[in-house]
Design a protein around this ligand. Sequence first.
Ligand code: C2E
Ligand code: CA
Ligand code: CA
Ligand code: CA
Length: 278
Amino acid sequence: QAAPGRGGYAMYTGGQEQENTRRLALMGDLYSAIRDNELELYCQPKVGMATRKVCGAEALVRWRHPRHGLVSTMEFIQMAEQAGTITPLTNWMMDAAFSQAHSWREAGEDWALAINLSAHDLYDPGLVDRIRGLFSTWGIPPDRIQFELTESALMTDPAAALETLVRLKRLDVKLFLDDYGTGYSSLGYLQKLPMDGIKIDKSFVTPMVSSGDSEVIVCSTIDLGHNLGLDVVAEGVEDQATWRRLEGLGCDIAQGYLISQPMPAADFPDWAGAWARA
Ligand code: C2E
Ligand code: CA
Ligand code: CA
Ligand code: CA
C-alpha cells in the first residue's frame, strides 16, 4: 500500500513495477506452457439433485508451473483476459475437453462436459467454426458439450454476443449463463438469450443456509429459471444442509465441494463409479 509522502510513493511504484514484471514473466511462461502441454484438465462433477446421478462435469484448467508450482487459475485466467490473449488457452481447453468427452463415450459413459468461455472468445469470429470442426473430428453428440458464459462477458457487447450465441445454438450445444446474480442483466435481457440453463453463483449458494438474503436470491433465481424453462445449477454446494435446502426448492443440478473438488480428468470415471455405489 502507498504510504503518504514521497517515500511512500516511491515504494508503491517499486512494488507496482515488480508486480508488473512478475505478471509479464508469468504471461510469457503461460504461452510456452500451452505450447509444451503443461496445462492440465480437471473435472468437477455435476449431479442431478432428484436422481443423485452424475450428469457431467465442468472442465477447469490447472497450470503446474515447473518453478512456481500450481498457479492460481483465477489469476492467470484474469491476466490472459486482460491481455486480450485468452484464445490459445481456450483452444487448448477445447481440444482437451473434446478429446476427454470422446474417451468417455468410448467407455460407454454419457456425461456432458462444460467448457468456460471468456468475453474475448465470444467476439472471436473463428470460434464457431472451430467448434464445428471439433464436433466433426471427435463425433460427439452436440448436447454432450456445454458452454458456460458469464453475464459480464455477454455485456461487453450484447448485440455481438447474442449473434455468437445464436450461431452456437445452431450447432445444438447447450448454453449456460455462469455466475448468475453477480452481473446486472435484466429479466428482459435474459429472455432474449438462447440459454438452456443458469448457474447460480456460489457467493449466493454457499452461505444460503446461514444468510436469509442469500436464500431469498437463490429461491427467486430457481423460480425465475424454471419460469423461463431453464435448467438451474447451483455451484458452491459445500454441505448437506445446503443440498437439502436446494432440493426442497427444486434446484435441478448441484456442483460443489460436498460432492467433490475438481479432480484430474483421469480420476473421474473411478470417482463416478464410487459415487454410484455409495
Ligand atoms: P467458475 O467458472 O465459476 O468455476 C467454478 C469455480 O469454483 C472453480 O474454481 C471451482 O474449483 C470452484 N468451486 C467449485 N465448487 C466449489 C465450492 O463448493 N466452494 C468453493 N468455494 N469453490 C468451489 P477454479 O477452478 O479455481 O476456477 C476459477 C475460475 O477460472 C472459474 O470460475 C472460471 O471463471 C475460470 N476458468 C477455469 N478454467 C477455465 C477455462 O478453461 N477457460 C476459461 N475461460 N475460464 C476458466
Ligand atoms: Ca463456470
Ligand atoms: Ca461459476
Ligand atoms: Ca466464477
